[in-house]
Design a protein around this ligand. Structure first.
Ligand code: ATP
Ligand code: MG
Length: 220
């Protein structure tokens, strides 16, 4: 389902270049739950963004669903992403001037879309956010914001969810709850890759990849 072949990423800045990924090879099959761990700066976000079609690596191939996602046009890639991938960004990326349900509805395209308000309401119910539907992000707790980000990622019934530190800064119970939503998505057949420092995910993980200085050091 997802395959990285010799993926390297070099960021070029005014101060010099940074090698964030160094010949990474990785394989996650459809329906698997994979965990990525590694110290701060080891390249986890870079890897997830590359998998999600949002950041083209300097070298190597990212193959999702049998297609090389950086060999297709930008437009095709955006379509592919909208149809297949739900992304939970590190630090949530909620839009501050939109309320909860509007944030959840962000991925819905203008005009005709298969998914809409009824789906968002349903998700908010499942994630216990119905009572916070009209709140803005600053009026929500960290866990509620994170659940909103997860609802947004799930809205279009993607096949893959990529989650970057979805439990960062949450207490153990809230963090377990977030993980249980990802686990439920996985149980229903979804593929999950989650970046996390926590160990609550380990019970669900088919694979755990350890990233260090842009290299996969260990995988189980
Ligand atoms: N846009 C960018 N431009 C230049 N360098 C970057 C950029 N984004 C990340 N880096 C560098 O690339 C390396 C990997 O960053 P990345 O964000 O992937 O790490 P991470 O493992 O997600 O860290 P954290 O756990 O702190 O989120 C770091 O050294 C970082 O400074
Ligand atoms: Mg990161």
């Amino acid at each position: 389902m997802i395959r990285l072949e010799n993926v390297s990423m070099i960021y070029r800045t005014k101060y010099g270049s940074v090698k964030a990924l160094d010949k990474v090879n990785l394989h996650v099959k459809e329906g698997e739950f994979a965990v990525v761990r590694g110290p701060s700066g080891s390249g986890k976000t870079t890897m997830l963004l590359s998998i999600g079609g949002m950041l083209q690596p300097t070298e190597g191939k990212v193959i999702t669903n049998k297609s090389d996602i950086y060999a297709i046009s930008k437009r095709q890639r955006a379509m592919f992403r909208a149809e297949n991938i739900g992304f939970v960004f590190q630090l949530f990326h909620l839009v501050s001037y939109l309320n909860t349900i509007e944030n959840v509805l962000l991925p819905v395209g203008v005009g005709k879309d298969k998914y809409g308000r009824t789906d968002a309401e349903e998700l908010l119910k499942r994630l216990k956010l119905s009572e916070r539907k009209f709140h803005r992000p600053y009026e929500l707790s960290a866990g509620e914001r994170q659940r909103t980000a997860i609802a947004r990622a799930m809205l279009k019934h993607p096949r893959i969810i990529l989650a970057d530190e979805p439990t960062g800064n949450l207490d153990p119970e809230t963090s377990d709850e977030i993980i249980s939503h990802l686990a439920e998505f996985h149980r229903s057949g979804g593929t999950v890759i989650v970046v996390t420092h926590g160990t609550a995910v380990d019970q669900y993980a088919d694979h755990i990849f350890h990233l260090e200085e842009g290299r996969i050091k260990k995988s189980v």
